[in-house]
Design a binder for this molecule. Structure first.
Ligand code: ADP
Ligand code: MG
Length: 356
């Protein structure tokens, strides 16, 4: 049971019900057979983008191409897509088996083929012992698996999911994350998966399309976004706790030569140390002990930032510290536009850290 995935191409998609538009010039390449997560805060246009791929909404302008076919004006039924939504609404009066095969029956797939496909899907999702039960006799995780089964039994090349795990508790969400990912890899379909949870996106996806206010802020592998965020927004959205963004002025006299430009220095909490002789002096505002690490909030000038220190370290509020970090762990952003500034990074690092 494999369905070969198809690529999806979104070309300058715009959709506006009001001002500002819900989706504003989205260009995105979704590779065939890969897992792409649409990630971003509530209201940034993820669901609208997904619904436009599905054909449940039509864009005001732009094109949707699936495989080599322009589907922009095709209805959902002609797009050969499977979908799973947050409210997966199983039919309460139908058995698990009937719920999963419902779509096949409405499309008049012959009985023997239905039975065949059902047994493979049930096996894959470990639902075989429950096929005769009603949804109300299943746990939340099992119900979610029935919804997945209903989507994958159709063997479509593209599967769209909109926050399918948000009704589950934390433990089940964690479990279903790896199940969905494994299923997608095993079957080889193209997945477009909407979530507002950065951990979900970076643990599941090959590609993360990070959205903000209707546009794609950055589309790249989770690792690339973590290591080279393209904008201040991406830097703050990926990583827990988020990257510190410190105005150059907080570095005191060392920043003197940089005053001509409003730079933000980005440094992740996990690569900062409380050390002697570091490039920046600060005061401890708060220390939050978390076991394996202690999150230390520091203040230098007007700016606050977080250092992830070893769990066993004893740190007191009000203590004076110096902050250490390696120049290669610095990121540099334009304080006005938020854009990454790789061109100036070396000279700024040299000015602040005192070496090349
Ligand atoms: P997300 O899924 O990222 O939370 P949505 O795509 O659902 O965001 O919504 C993006 C914006 O579009 C929001 O401001 C939302 O209120 C608006 N919107 C979505 N659907 C409709 C609709 N059918 N009519 C009017 N406004 C809508
Ligand atoms: Mg949504």
């Amino acid at each position: 049971m494999t369905s070969n995935g198809k690529s999806i191409s979104l070309r300058k998609i715009t959709k506006a019900w009001a001002d500002p538009p819900a989706v504003d010039g989205v260009d995105l390449e979704i590779p065939a057979g890969q897992f792409t997560a649409l990630l971003g805060p509530s209201g940034c246009g993820k669901s609208t983008t997904l619904r436009i791929i599905a054909g449940l909404e039509y864009p005001d302008s732009g094109a949707v191409v699936i495989g080599d076919q322009d589907v922009t004006s095709l209805p959902p039924a002609k797009r050969n897509i499977a979908m799973v939504f947050q409210s997966y609404a199983l039919f309460p009066h139908l058995s698990v088996a009937e719920n999963i095969t419902f779509g096949l029956r409405t499309r008049r797939v012959p009985q023997t083929e239905r039975t065949d496909r059902l047994s493979r899907v049930a096996d894959l999702l470990e639902l075989t012992p429950y096929l005769d039960r009603k949804p109300s006799q299943l746990s939340g995780g099992q119900q979610q698996r029935v919804a997945l089964g209903r989507a994958i039994i159709a063997e479509r090349p593209v599967c769209l999911m909109d926050e399918p795990l948000s009704n589950l508790d934390a433990r089940l969400r964690h479990e279903m994350r790896s199940e969905i990912r494994a299923l997608q890899q095993k079957l080889g379909f193209t997945m477009v998966y909407v979530t507002h949870d950065q951990v979900e996106a970076i643990t599941m996806a090959d590609q993360v399309a990070l959205m903000n206010k209707g546009h794609v802020e950055q589309a790249a592998s989770p690792r690339e976004i973590y290591e080279r965020p393209a904008t201040v927004f991406a830097a703050r959205f990926i990583g827990t706790p988020p990257m510190n963004l410190i105005p150059a002025a907080a570095f005191g006299a060392k920043a003197g030569g940089l005053a001509s430009r409003d730079f933000l220095i980005g440094i992740r909490p996990e690569v900062m140390t409380l050390s002697q002789g570091g490039p920046m002096e600060a005061t401890v505002v708060e220390a939050e002990f978390l076991g394996s690490e202690t999150l230390v909030t520091c203040q230098a000038g007007d700016s606050r930032f977080v250092v992830s220190a070893p769990g066993g370290m004893s740190i007191n509020r009000g203590e004076a510290v110096t902050i250490g970090f390696k120049p290669e762990n610095m990121h540099l952003f334009d304080g006005e536009t938020g854009a990454r500034c790789d061109g100036e990074l070396n000279s700024v690092a040299a000015a602040l850290c005192g070496k090349q």
